[in-house]
Design a protein around this ligand. Structure first.
Ligand SMILES: *Cc1c(COP(=O)(O)O)cnc(C)c1O
Length: 414
């Protein structure tokens, strides 16, 4: 049953679907059991709606909406009836496997309000697919991506009052999947909980871009071949904090993750890394590391690449997914060929980089005169925002009619 459910997805990205993934995704634990059934959703609304914070007081990931969406799973009964309930604490036995062996994976995505007051999700199919790949890698159950997308669209409709209408604001959505089995035995969890919480967020750059400086990290490695750096597993993130703090203590905003003796450029903090240069062949090139198993397959990364191929190629740009080294970046800077660098991810969309320090060398990256961004980062930011907020109609948007769920109406000022 599970194998059958996964087959259409496997066809779409067969090239990245290694035999190892096939093994992990056909866990017998969840085979033959029911998938998520949207029609079984129950909704219990809160009797104590939270006051809305002033837009200026929103801190990323600190405040949450009134409700949460939860779906439990057991190996015996499959996915149980989905529930929307008031936002509440989880009750977990101290022996629950997630707390010991990190059976946890997550997603980060946003809901945006457009000019017609419709709520839009941005390419949710990508996040759902990625969550399934993460889940499969750590023996957690997979699910119908359409069912969870549909549930999430009902959930965000219910929470619509929390989404500020101003540009730059959105509702950050955090789907999370954890193993809930009570056992210290190391094995596939026999039960799991999928839940979604939502946090209203403001613009990453409230006063315009602020280009960052990076320290290239060589003493620690984020991801390695055969590892799990290409999955959004909780276990990938805690070990990255100390190298990040080290870089910050030395005055850099973020660290740049390198890999191997060659010094391959991989990612920046928790964003994908893009560099624009005139390459050794004299061609303008936008380059990012390939999805070789050590790179998180960012939705923003994919979107930037697609937009670049569609809209920049006519201006002579080559768009490449291939390995490149920090040495090549330095050489390009030394020879005046380095044009721009930026990170890409859901939180900031794009994050311009103005400098990288590596082995005592300061690699300076050009910005637009008097600005804190380069021209490409600015372009991608404009293009992405236009699509995300619906100013430009595009196939990447997802929304359902407003009346999908009859939600209690709260006053905006309560
Ligand atoms: C989430 C994440 C990204 C960005 O992915 P988006 O889908 O664009 O938000 C990049 N790198 C890492 C390590 C991440 O965890």
């Amino acid at each position: 049953m599970l194998a059958r459910r996964l087959r259409p997805a496997a066809g779409r990205w067969a090239s990245q679907w290694s035999s190892a993934h096939r093994y992990y995704s056909s866990q017998p634990s969840s085979s033959g059991t029911p998938d998520i059934d949207v029609s079984k959703l129950t909704v219990e609304t809160t009797s104590a709606p939270k006051p809305l914070l002033d837009a200026k007081d929103l801190i990323f990931g600190r405040n949450f909406t009134d409700h949460m969406l939860s779906v439990e799973w057991t190996a015996k009964d499959g996915w149980l009836a989905p529930r929307i309930t008031p936002y509440q604490n989880l009750a977990l036995d101290p022996a629950t496997c997630v707390l010991h062996y990190a059976f946890t994976c997550f997603e980060g995505m946003k809901a945006y309000k457009d000019a017609n007051d419709r709520i839009r999700l941005f390419r949710p199919d990508r996040n759902m697919r990625r969550l399934n790949r993460s889940a499969a890698r750590i023996a957690l159950p997979t699910f119908s991506t359409d069912a969870l997308t549909s549930l999430m669209s009902k959930f965000v409709e219910l929470e619509r009052r929390f989404i500020p209408s101003q540009k730059g604001y959105s509702l950050y959505l955090r789907p999370t999947l954890i193993g809930t089995q009570k056992t210290l035995g190391v094995g596939p969890p026999g039960s799991a909980l999928l839940y979604v919480i939502a946090s209203p967020v403001g613009p990453y750059y409230p006063t315009g871009f602020k280009a960052v400086t990076l320290e290239a990290t060589e003493h620690a490695v984020r991801a390695w071949p055969g590892g799990v750096g290409d999955r959004k597993l909780g276990a990938n993130y805690a070990p990255c904090i100390v190298p990040q703090i080290d870089a910050m203590r030395r005055g850099f905003q973020q660290n740049l993750w390198l890999f191997g003796e060659e010094g391959y450029v991989t990612e920046v903090g928790t964003m994908n890394m893009f560099v624009a240069w005139v390459n050794e062949d004299g061609v303008k090139e936008l380059i990012t590391a390939p999805l070789d198993g050590t790179i998180l397959e960012g939705v923003t990364r994919e979107s930037v690449l697609e937009l670049a191929r569609e809209r920049l190629s006519k201006d002579g740009w080559a768009v490449s997914e291939r390995k490149f080294t920090i040495g090549e970046v330095k050489k390009a800077a030394d020879e005046g060929r380095l044009l721009e660098a930026f990170g890409a991810g859901t939180a900031a969309v794009v994050s311009p980089v103005k400098g990288i320090t590596w082995r005592g060398h300061d690699i300076k990256i050009p910005l637009l005169p008097g600005k804190e961004t380069g021209p490409l980062a600015q372009k991608f930011w404009d293009w992405m925002c236009a699509i995300q907020y619906g100013d430009e109609e595009h196939e990447w948007r997802y929304f359902k009619p407003r009346d999908i769920l009859v939600a209690p109406r709260y006053s905006r000022t309560c």
